[in-house]
Design a protein around this ligand. Structure first.
Ligand code: ZN
Ligand code: ZN
Length: 414
């Protein structure tokens, strides 16, 4: 099913060097076996087996990473999702995946829901989409952000196979078992719910979730398998607890403060803000299926998100691009560029979606750079994104070429 690897030669490319933050004019980039083989200063003769693509006037840059997506969240109503057939959910995920690749995302980290089946389907070419770094189910305590039961519902199937985003586990033994089960299925990271959230019916944003011992157990299990833990957390209290337990990335982080910043810097941890989703939910959440009582919770975190990003950026916290969109709101995935661009320089936001993401994922040199040896995940865009991030926000007109692992997924060159 996977397309055969071809040798490609990209000529006349203005290469965006994300590390240096500059454009390198007129390079030719040779791609073999899905990776960048050579980058030359000038025009070079094409190898006999190469397909030549002329990128005159375009900027060549690394494919983007989104470190917080939910590929199976075809609806923002997670309780409804658990009642859908897994095969139906996978079919709906197909459109979400393709949409992301067509926006320029070549790697995404799923924060709950996607599994090895979805990742394999993309890898083998049965579905078109970005590479998926999945966690399987997100771990939640009873009554936590992954518990989708209303107050009057008392039974919980507790299965590990339904299409929901989370699994409930309480106590050290259950947390270990849940981690080991996701690791058994190939999880690239473990996701835990370390505070209350918007889209869960019975918790409050200000709650902390999981005991320190439970979080430490999750970190220990992850590290035993040479992976790491990402944690959903809003308040400084919840963030600080998670970071002290060894969590590597904090998701959202809208209510962080100076004491959290100190810990991010001390531990070398990452922050993955997801501003796009709060704006989307505030504007169209109810219309696209978010229950009204959850809609009210959004405003607890909406404005704080920008202030948190500003403080973290100013303090030098490592920031990674995340969007966290649900259902029909996935089309807003690139608005995160605009929202961050109000606070950071274009190169900072581009690094969040390339080199910083690669560092968080443990994929430095593999993705996020245009360099020999890296995977040929490449975009050619019309315009210079270092001048205007808007260049990246209009893929229909400005994104002319999309390569993933050296395979052409879009070519709109004249
Ligand atoms: Zn979350
Ligand atoms: Zn999420």
């Amino acid at each position: 099913m996977t397309e055969p690897q071809t040798t490609l030669l990209l000529q006349n490319a203005h290469v965006l060097d994300v590390v240096a933050g500059e454009i390198l004019g007129d390079r030719s980039v040779l791609i073999r076996n899905g990776r960048i083989a050579e980058i030359d200063h000038a025009q070079r003769a094409a190898p006999a087996d190469a397909r030549v693509i002329d990128l005159k006037g375009l900027t060549l840059m690394p494919g983007l990473s989104d470190a917080h997506v939910h590929l199976t969240a075809a609806t923002p109503d997670f309780a409804a999702l658990t009642r859908w057939s897994p095969s139906y959910v996978a079919a709906r995920a197909g459109d979400i995946l393709e949409g992301m690749l067509m926006r320029g995302f070549t790697t995404v980290r799923d924060a709950g829901g996607a599994d090895f089946g979805l990742a394999d389907a993309v890898e083998e070419g049965y579905l078109t989409g970005p590479r998926i770094l999945f966690c399987g189910h997100a771990l939640s305590q009873t009554g936590g952000h992954g518990d989708m039961r209303a107050r009057g519902e008392n039974s919980f199937e507790g299965c590990f196979c339904c299409a929901g985003l989370g699994v409930i586990c309480d106590g050290i033994a259950e947390v270990r078992r849940a981690c080991r089960n996701e690791i058994r299925k190939g999880a690239r990271q473990i996701k835990i719910m370390a505070s209350g959230g918007v889209s869960s019916p019975t918790d409050r944003i200000t709650s902390t979730q999981f005991s320190l011992e439970e979080m430490k157990a999750a970190v220990e299990e992850a590290e035993a398998a040479t992976i790491y833990v990402m944690a959903h957390a809003y308040t400084a209290r919840a963030i600080n607890r998670a970071l002290d337990c060894g969590v590597r990335s904090i998701e959202h982080g809208n209510l962080l403060d100076e004491t959290s910043v100190e810990r991010f810097l001390e531990y070398g941890a990452f922050l993955v803000p997801t501003l796009a989703t709060y704006h989307a939910l505030a504007e169209e959440g109810v219309a696209v299926g978010l229950p009204a009582d959850m809609h009210a919770k959004i405003f607890d975190v909406l404005d704080a998100g920008s202030r948190a990003l500003e403080l973290a950026h100013r303090s030098g916290v490592k920031l990674v691009y995340g969007s966290d969109l649900l259902g029909a709101m996935h089309k807003r995935q690139l608005t995160e560029f605009a929202l961050r661009g109000e606070i950071q320089r274009p190169i900072d936001v581009i690094r969040a979606a390339t080199t910083n993401a690669a560092e968080l994922f443990g994929m430095v040199g593999e993705i996020g750079v245009v360099a020999p040896g890296a995977r040929a995940d490449l975009l050619a865009v019309d315009g210079n994104p270092l001048d205007h991030l808007s260049v990246l926000q209009d893929p229909e007109h400005r994104l002319k070429l999309i390569l993933k692992d050296g395979v052409v997924h879009k070519s709109a060159l004249d």
